[in-house]
Design a protein around this ligand. Structure first.
Ligand code: NAD
Length: 414
């Protein structure tokens, strides 16, 4: 995973003509913290876990990134994802660096009481290295608003009232309006920019969506509200399609009740993996890593791919699609709506002031559209694909901020 994110970094660094020593500086995490977490579980047994936090870069501001609870969580995963957060926050120009962390526990096998204990121990041992001006965790795989509320409460015991230590908190505990739908909304925003560029409108397009969780369902709902037809949706239970367009709110209600899209009565069923090569103008992969790979990339029919998930396209598949002139709006741009509204949440926490949803959505739309146009400008300047351009833009911003903090008289090659 670390290797993949480095491939994109080096491709962009080549465009910029970055020297090896600068690459090493930009890729090396500022700090990696690994802790042991021991709890007495509800059944009386002693359980041990490992917790991680990789803080990659803080040249542009406090570090920001999710906290993942997963048995496969390790330092390598945290490092790769922390690295991506540095570039993602720079692309959308929010004043943050990148971090990521987690605990190698399986929350599905734990009681809520045990999960609470694990979270409390994590905060006890991490409290010196996180904080509203240092590193601000957020929900990620298997963590949610409730866990963020626990973290805020625990951290505030040591440091005093500190709502800005985490984002993605419950609305009743200094969370933000608009956070829930933010990543899906950002997906819709960047697609809107791409359609303007291609002189198309939402009314002209058909869309296929992989994943119908937070990102996929909100993206589908908002894209449909603008007039597009969502012709196929797939999740871990299977796929449903309707040439005239699926009734997205009805599908949302079905999934809430049945746990997946399978069996939705107002659509025809198909095998989930077929979604990647669906005959639609736009494909939104919003579920898994590596969903588009070297064996299915040549059969993708969509002309625009909006990467709602992190890393849904392998580097080989990216090359195949670029050669076929398929427009890929890359993850570090397309799914940055979530971290952008996290930033708005942090700003509200610091100001002790609440914005209404309308303001959040307007500010988000503005940030995402501006980011798309900035990436497009870099892509045109260097005749490169949007992913490489997003990395070029991010490396430039981080590199310039890092240099401006020092007395070093080096010229960056950009
Ligand atoms: P989620 O858990 O809410 O939803 C995941 C969806 O993927 C579910 O619909 C699930 O059924 C589907 N899925 C799982 N396995 C599948 C399979 N084999 N085939 C098809 N579908 C499958 O997660 P989410 O928050 O929507 O996140 C989705 C992706 O977006 C992840 O890569 C995540 O890292 C990324 N992301 C999320 C956010 C956010 O704000 N939630 C922000 C940035 C990036």
């Amino acid at each position: 995973m670390l290797a993949e994110s480095h491939i994109y970094f080096h491709k962009a660094a080549d465009v910029l003509g970055l020297a090896d020593n600068i690459r090493t500086i930009l890729l090396t995490p500022r700090r990696t913290v690994k802790i042991g977490i021991n709890i007495e579980a509800e059944d009386g047994s002693l359980q041990s876990y490992e917790g991680f936090r990789v803080q990659h870069n803080m040249a542009r501001g406090p570090m920001k990134g999710g906290l993942r609870y997963h048995p496969a969580m390790d330092e390598d995963h945290a490092a790769a994802l922390a690295n991506l957060m540095t570039w993602k926050t720079a692309v959308v120009d929010v004043p943050y660096g990148g971090a990521k962390g987690g605990i190698n526990c399986d929350p599905h096998a734990l009681s809520e009481r045990d999960l609470f204990q694990i979270t409390v121990r994590f905060v006890e041992q991490m409290k010196e290295v996180i904080g509203p001006t240092i590193d601000i965790p957020a929900p990620d795989v298997n963590t949610n608003a409730k866990v963020m509320g626990w973290i805020m409460h625990e951290y505030s015991k040591y440091e005093g009232f500190s709502p800005g230590v985490v984002t993605g908190k419950p609305l009743d505990l200094f969370g933000s309006e608009g956070r829930e739908a933010a990543t899906g909304r950002g997906v819709m925003d960047v697609l809107a920019e791409a359609l303007i560029e291609q002189r198309m409108s939402f009314g002209d397009i058909t869309v296929a969506v992989q994943g119908f969780g937070n990102v996929g369902s909100n993206a589908a709902r908002l894209i449909a509200e603008r007039g597009a037809r969502i012709v196929a949706v797939a999740d871990h239970t299977g796929g449903v399609c309707a040439e005239a367009g699926l009734d997205v709110p009805a599908l949302v209600a079905w999934v809430a009740e049945h746990g997946g899209v399978k069996g939705f009565p107002s659509g025809e069923a198909f095998d989930g993996p077929e979604i990647i090569t669906w005959d639609a103008d736009v494909l939104v992969p919003a579920a898994l890593e590596d969903a588009i790979h070297k064996d299915n990339a040549a059969d993708v029919k969509a002309r625009i791919i909006v990467e709602g998930a992190n890393g849904p396209t392998t580097p080989e598949a990216s090359d195949i699609l670029n050669d076929r002139d398929v427009l890929i709006i890359p993850d570090i741009l397309a799914n940055a709506g979530g971290v952008t509204v996290s930033y708005f949440e942090w700003v509200q926490n610091i100001q002790h002031f609440r914005w209404d949803e309308e303001r959040i959505n307007q500010e988000l739309d503005k940030k995402m559209s501006r980011a798309y146009r900035s990436v497009r400008q870099v892509a045109s300047e260097h005749s490169i694909d949007m992913r490489t351009a997003a990395f070029v833009l991010a490396i430039r911003r981080v590199g310039k901020a890092a240099l401006a903090r020092t007395h070093i008289e080096t010229e960056l090659p950009f």
